[in-house]
Design a protein around this ligand. Sequence first.
Ligand SMILES: C[S@@+](CC[C@H](N)C(=O)[O-])C[C@H]1O[C@@H](n2cnc3c(N)ncnc32)[C@H](O)[C@@H]1O
Length: 233
Amino acid sequence: MGDIAEDETTFYSNAKDYWKEIPPTVDGMLGGYGSISSIDINGSKAFLQKFLGVRNSYVSQLREEGEGKTGTGCALDCGAGIGRITKRLLLPLFKTVDLVDVTPEFLDKAKSYLGEDSKRVGNYFCCGLQDFVPEHGRYDIIWIQWVIGHLTDIHLVEFLQRCQKALQPYGLIVIKDNVSYEGVVPDELDSSVCRDLEIVHRLVGRAGLRIVYEEQQKNFPKEIYQVHTLALR
Ligand SMILES: C[S@@+](CC[C@H](N)C(=O)[O-])C[C@H]1O[C@@H](n2cnc3c(N)ncnc32)[C@H](O)[C@@H]1O
């Protein structure tokens, strides 16, 4: 991916065209790996509970370090698709959840897919993350999963900076995504890139964020990329 504006426009429009053709299902969200959704959600739940839990040793440790417990008021699901994560991870833990995604068909589907609990969705924002400005101070958790590869380096850094401003006190940004073994691996099919962990760390640092906690998702199929979860603030 070069820095030329035309390349960038094509990078985003090709991704948009790709997702427009994908069925609004869990399998569609996960590129045919719908079967790993439960492992993913359970891993994410255990990860998040380290920060939200009332009685657990990690929260006690954070307190000792002068960090407070993350609130459970409002979460933002970035690149939310049909709301797979909103439904099973965020709505059960937070009072209100907002969704943002570039594909209008997915957000339309989310309204029925989320069922009764969709009453607690605050906003469905149809927007590319490269253009999205989350409301200042609104969110306890900003969850960004399987979408950072659709942003250029500069847009990712700038988006993370806007996310930081959108956090509540003790709020967290969580990135959960594929990491490559080495370097930047382009995917022509969906117009995305997969970065290695060192590059992701560098971009997070450029955004002025600190990694509070990080772990690798366990028990995913061997043939797919490693997936890492990073809590940032
Ligand atoms: C691999 S799916 C992941 C969906 C969801 N995060 C999940 O894990 O179920 C990628 C999602 O990112 C969305 N997307 C792609 N490019 C985007 C962009 N620039 N801004 C916002 N959303 C984007 C697609 O529409 C799609 O819903």
